[in-house]
Write a protein that binds this ligand. Structure first.
Ligand code: BEZ
Length: 274
């Protein structure tokens, strides 16, 4: 997906705001280690426009990494004191180089989870901590079902492309990549969308852009109308004048306890499917 950094910040900037609880877990790791300020080496995997870079930079020496050139450019512009590297999270150009890997709302975008976790583990020194949050099983279930209904009405077919895992399966996957899980919780986090009445359409235009792009303008508008109708009862809050996304999060910390050789593989399909 090609990211529009400006639009993302404008419409979906709330994603970064929800990173604070996760940054707190990084602070606690610094305290646990008794690190002097600045000594903890932190990698922000999928830093995007840099929503969490400043808070992380108060805890240690932070490096941001993102695969999108637009996001990297924006993060470098807004955070000139922070190193930001353009790289694929599944092929991070670091080896035993960090004490903490942090990631917020990124992992669910990545199809090859084994490659991702092995790559992150490779970037961490043994004993290093992964602190991450991603969509959990059931995340945006109403949104996806409403969008699938709307597409079916217009001869389309929704192919969900996100990885929203169950807790036990993700624990196993982390183990395969050499991590020991220290904490893991899945929880609902209903999240108001920006944009008032247009908020749900804007969400679809950003995150379902590929399938929407197959329609001519007038048909796309009809798909979006049907999408809104399908979600209205459960997700529209007339009192607040906003849509509420049915987010469900998986938040975890996992320590690298051993190095694992080799790239990722499709073995994850069995692990995640069980
Ligand atoms: C999420 O952060 O859970 C998410 C955001 C956009 C699309 C899908 C999931």
């Amino acid at each position: 997906m090609e990211w529009n950094a400006e639009l993302y910040d404008e419409q979906h900037g709330y994603v970064g705001a929800y990173g604070e609880a996760l940054v707190q877990l990084v602070r606690e790791e610094a305290e646990r280690r008794g690190e002097e300020a600045g000594a903890l080496r932190i990698l922000d995997v999928g830093c995007g426009t840099g929503a969490n870079l400043d808070a992380l930079a108060e805890v240690g020496a932070v490096t941001g990494v993102d695969a999108s050139p637009a996001m990297v450019e924006r993060a470098r512009r807004d955070h000139p004191g922070v190193e930001v590297v353009e790289a694929d999270a599944c092929a991070l150009p670091f080896h035993d180089a960090f004490d903490v890997a942090f990631s917020n709302a990124v992992f669910h975008w990545i199809p090859d989870q084994v490659a991702l976790l092995k790559s992150v583990a490779g970037a961490l020194a043994t004993g290093g901590l992964l602190v991450a949050e991603m969509g959990a099983h059931g995340n945006i279930a109403r949104i996806e079902e409403g969008y699938a209904q709307a597409l079916r009405k217009h001869s389309g077919d929704y192919a969900g492309r996100f990885c929203f895992p169950q807790e036990p399966a993700y624990r196993r996957l982390l183990g395969i990549a050499g991590f020991e899980v220290e904490s893991m919780e899945a929880f609902d986090r209903p999240t108001p969308l920006a944009g008032g009445r247009d908020g749900l359409r804007l969400f679809a235009e950003q995150f379902f852009a590929k399938s929407l792009g197959l329609y001519r303008d007038e048909d796309r508008a009809a798909v979006l109308d049907d999408f809104e109708r399908a979600c209205e009862d459960e997700l529209w809050d007339a009192g607040a004048g906003c849509w509420t996304a049915d987010y469900r999060r998986l938040r975890f910390t996992a320590r690298k306890v051993r190095a694992v050789r080799g790239a990722g593989g499709m073995g994850q399909l069995n692990v995640l499917g069980s």
